[in-house]
Each structure stands twice: as C-alpha cells, then as structure tokens.
Design a protein around this ligand. Structure first.
Ligand code: ADP
Ligand code: MN
Ligand code: MN
Ligand code: MN
Ligand code: MN
Length: 385
C-alpha cells in the first residue's frame, strides 16, 4: 500500500476497471491479449511506469521498469535515467556522448491500466550536470508555491483537448474533411449526434480517479470532437502534477481507440473554437469572509503583468495563444487584460456568486490548452508573495 503522503483522499475508494472497458472496442486480438494480462503474476514484481515531459514541452514519454516491492514513499522509488539524445532533450547528435538525463521521481499514482500494485511515477528531468532541463518548470514552480504554503493556495485547472481520427480530422466531423455547423452551439455539454468521443472521456474519467488524481469532472466542449476535464480544487503543486498525469492517461487511452489527442489552442483555424486551460485559484484569505478584496487585488496584479505573463501561457511564447485569444469564442483579446464579473469574454473572470458572497476564487481564462500548468501556477502564486 502506498503510504500516507502518497495516498490522496479519494484513493480510499478503489474502482476496478474491467479489462474490456479500458481497452476499448473488441478487436481481433482481444482474447489473446487478455490471456496474457490474466497470467498469474508474481507478488514481488511491480511494474513502475516512469513518465516525463520531453524536450517539446508538451509531449510525454514513458518507460517501464520492474521493482521488487510496492514503494510506500517517494524515497523508495529509485532515480532512473534515459537517453536524452533520442528525445530531443540534449541539444542534438553531438551530445550522444553525454546523453544521460536523470529522472527524479516526484509523485506516484496507481496504474489504471495494470491496476494496483503497479504504479505510474511522475518524474522531473535533470541534465548530467544536475541542472533542471529547459522543459523542467516544476522545480521553480514548486519553490514559488512553497513560499506561499501558509496561504494555502488551491488550484482548479480545466484542461480542454481535441480528439482526432487517424486521418487527422476531428472526431465527429463529416468525412471526408467536411465541416460541422459552427454556429449551432450544439456540442458544448451536448449529447447524441452533436458530440463524439464520449467513450474515451468516460474511460479517462475512471482512469484518472483510480490513479489518485484529484479529478473533478468533465464536459463536451464547444467544438465537436473537443472535451474538457477538470482537476481540483487542490493544494499546491499537485494540481499541475495531476494535469500532466491526466494528459498522459488521455494519450494512453486514445492509443486503444486509434485516436490522436491534441492540446493545440487553435487546432482548426479562425472559424472554430479554441482550446484553453483555465486556471482557477484561491488562497485561505480569498475563501474567508471579505476575501473578494484579496481576489480583486491579485487579479489586478495579474492584469498589470499581462504583457509578460501571456508569454508563458502557451507552448510558443504567446504565438500559439495569439490565434486563440481573438475576442471571439468566449475569449479575451491577446493584447490586453480585463477582469470581468461573470464575463466569459474577460481575461480573468470572477463569478457573480463570489461577488454576492464576498469570497471564493477567480478564474484566469488566458492559459492555452498547451500551456505548462507548472509555469502558470508558478506565475499566479508569485503574485501572492
Ligand atoms: P467553468 O467551465 O464554468 O469555468 P468548471 O466547472 O469547468 O467551470 O471548472 C471550475 C474549476 O474551479 C474546477 O477545476 C474546480 O476544481 C475549481 N475550483 C472550485 N473551487 C475552487 C477554489 N475555491 N479555488 C480554486 N479552484 C476552485
Ligand atoms: Mn537500452
Ligand atoms: Mn470548464
Ligand atoms: Mn471549457
Ligand atoms: Mn472555465
């Protein structure tokens, strides 16, 4: 069993998935595959899947090793390494002679594919000199968050994504390469003919909850073929950890459905909705009576720093997000920042309920679907120092 500091509150309930619900539609090899999955398995062999962010800053990689017992704390999970010259992590082929990147385990989740006691290990990446690799933004984020831990920072993150068929056309769109009715507004929280990919979202929900993530919910999004899942509200760095593991599980599940997942903020161009990653935030002070004063103060700082901040809210120093933040499709403008009450065209939204109750949280709507939540959480937390 995982020890206290690894077990999250919702891990008390174990939802066992049947093999068939994880591995999608019945295929010709299912019986054969299941035969091997059901082989008697020795108790002293634990699969540990090490997961890390590669040099792209958005794609994840993983590899497996066998441990001889289930770790009961992080210290029991050994460090590992991988060949950075094969993942773009070192600067290229010239680095073949110095290609080892260290994997430092930072969080452990239950493996929903193989089930407990097998585990998924989220890792930070370090160069051979012991420095964080350029896409390891977790270190600095964790340092910032630790500086405000007495303020009890909670994050709730909404991750939107698009599902593509192997022909690179979104799920549910007319084939070949036809367009859905863009003005219908039928897909957001839609059912039946207006949505596609629900089975994947359902498998993903169950996998996330089983894993120990603070999974909070999901809904179909504005553009057909796109969905959202939410994490939180969660204390500190775990919200961003959970988003990365949620992204990993989504990609793994999609493999079984022959589907490709994209977090690109504007995958289908100008005429179609964008893909965001709203970050909701509160501190103890904001959640207490009269907290709205603190909420407004922090929102103002986040707006004042817009020009700087916006460069860290997507994968490409703002270039990707520029295509999404165009003032249409419930987005604000890329060039300016505005705090709005109950306003989904604002950069930062404060709910009406928060104003009437005088406390709660706010929503930064600017981060793009392909942002690094470590960077975003770090920047939001910095405003509280
Ligand atoms: P919407 O789509 O209306 O913006 P969602 O229901 O999709 O809202 O997402 C709300 C997010 O806010 C969730 O991730 C949830 O965990 C988070 N959240 C709720 N309460 C708080 C809070 N006090 N502090 C921070 N985040 C919160
Ligand atoms: Mn090898
Ligand atoms: Mn939402
Ligand atoms: Mn949404
Ligand atoms: Mn939102």
């Amino acid at each position: 069993f995982l020890s206290k500091n690894l077990v999250h509150k919702n891990m008390k309930h174990v939802y066992y998935l049947t093999t068939s619900s994880v591995f999608g539609h019945p295929g010709p090899h299912d019986a054969y595959y299941n035969y091997f999955l059901n082989l008697p398995f020795p108790k002293n062999k634990i699969f540990a899947t090490y997961v890390w962010i590669d040099a792209s800053g958005i794609n994840l990689r993983s590899k497996d090793r066998i441990l001889d017992k289930e770790p009961c704390d992080l210290e029991m999970v050994p460090k590992w390494s991988y060949d950075g010259s094969s993942t773009g992590h070192s600067t290229g082929q010239s680095d073949l002679k110095d290609s080892d990147i260290t994997l430092l385990p930072v969080a452990v989740y239950r493996d929903p594919f193989r089930k407990s006691p097998h585990i998924i290990v989220l890792c930070e990446t370090y160069s051979s000199e012991g420095l964080p690799t350029p896409t390891n933004h977790r270190v600095s984020s964790a340092i910032t968050l630790s500086k405000i831990c007495d303020q009890e920072p909670w994050f709730g993150i909404e991750q939107e994504y698009t599902m593509f068929d192997r022909d690179h056309w979104p799920l549910g769109w007319p084939k070949p390469r036809g367009y859905p009715d863009q003005d219908s507004k039928n897909s957001y929280c839609g059912v039946g003919e207006h949505v596609a990919g629900r089975e994947i979202a359902e498998c993903h929900a169950r996998a996330c909850i089983y894993s120990g993530m603070d999974y909070d919910g999901s809904n179909a999004e504005v553009m057909n073929g796109s969905w959202e899942f939410q994490v939180g509200p969660t204390l500190g760095i775990k919200a961003a950890d959970d988003i990365w593991i949620g992204r990993y599980l989504l990609n793994r599940i999609a493999e079984h459905f022959d589907v490709i997942i994209s977090f690109h903020p504007k995958p289908m161009g100008d005429g179609h909705a964008g893909i965001g990653c709203h970050h909701n935030f509160s501190t103890k002070k904001m959640r207490a009576d009269q907290g709205v004063t603190e909420i407004k103060r922090i929102c103002k700082i986040l707006c004042d720093q817009h020009e700087n901040i916006i460069k860290s809210y997507d994968l490409k120093d703002g270039e990707d997000n520029k295509k999404r933040l165009v003032g249409k499709f419930e987005t604000s403008s890329y060039d300016s920042c505005r705090v709005g009450i109950s306003d989904r065209s604002a950069s930062i939204r404060i709910q009406k309920k928060v104003i009437s109750e005088g406390k709660g949280y706010f929503e930064d709507r600017r981060p793009a679907g392909n942002c690094d939540p470590y960077m975003v959480c770090g920047l939001i937390a910095k405003t509280c120092i």
